[in-house]
Design a protein around this ligand. Structure first.
Ligand SMILES: [Zn+2]
Length: 254
């Protein structure tokens, strides 16, 4: 069996029995892999190193069809996010999106890089809805689905006084074209600037902006729906947070 070394983030851990677990690693160079970690629940160093939201250096045995863990060193742990239900739910949502984006080794490396910057921003206490929405929009671009933002995606005019976001046309459209696109959402200048900022930035810069709560709500609606349609999947984790907020609102109102 060959011994290999790779850096990666644990995006899933499943307990197999009292001692063992199987983890899913998103790696910088060998794609998204499943790793059997025998005895990891009993071995202190490996127990921490194989925890979800841990980024580390992993030494693996490569078998014919699978990988098994030989050793690990933690580089950064984002496990503290698990102490906050809201932040952890956003982190879990971002990991689900990232996992779905892992089509090949090269894309996985780029998605991992984006995810690490996003988790770092969440960990620093930044607004989770903004971080997760920026992550979704940038992820669409990394995966080859950048929205069209340089002119009207339908008639190609560059005179966009009032901007709408069209899910059918995958980008900005003008007011005239929006009249025939019942699904398009009006976009304020603040939201349009946020979309442009995310598409034009890299690394940690993707997450370095602020938005008013009204603009953030619209930015989030657009990003979430845009990525869900590109990946053709319903993402349910954030709905749970909405339900909780509604419950506390009702309780508070009584
Ligand atoms: Zn137009």
């Amino acid at each position: 069996m060959a011994l290999i070394r790779t850096k990666g983030l644990v995006i899933k851990e499943v307990y197999v029995d009292d001692a063992d677990k199987i983890i899913t690693l998103m790696t910088e160079d060998i794609g998204k892999i499943s790793v059997s970690a025998r005895g990891a629940r009993k071995n202190g160093r490996q127990a921490y190193g194989t925890q979800i939201l841990t980024y580390g250096q992993y030494i693996l045995y490569k078998g014919r069809n699978s990988y098994s863990l030989n050793g690990c060193d933690i580089l950064t742990s984002f496990f503290d996010l698990a102490n906050d239900l809201e932040r952890f739910t956003y982190a879990a949502h971002m990991m689900e999106l990232a996992s779905d984006a892992c089509t090949d080794d090269q894309t996985t490396g780029r998605v991992l890089n984006l995810l690490l910057h996003g988790l770092n921003a969440l960990n620093k206490g930044r607004e989770p809805m903004l971080i997760s929405s920026a992550f979704s929009m940038k992820l669409a671009q990394v995966c080859g689905y950048p929205p069209h933002v340089t002119s009207c995606a339908n008639c190609h005019t560059k005179e966009l006084e009032t901007i709408y976001f069209s899910f059918k046309k995958c980008g900005f459209i003008c007011e005239v074209c929006a009249k025939n696109d019942g699904d398009a959402l009006p976009v304020t200048i603040g939201t349009a600037k946020a979309i442009l900022h995310v598409l034009c930035s890299d690394q940690a810069g993707v997450f370095s902006f602020n938005l008013s709560s009204e603009n953030l709500e619209r930015f989030s609606d657009i990003s979430n729906r845009y990525i869900a349609e590109r990946f053709d999947k319903r993402y349910e984790k954030l709905n749970y947070l909405k339900e909780i907020r509604q419950v506390s609102y009702h309780l508070g109102g009584e």
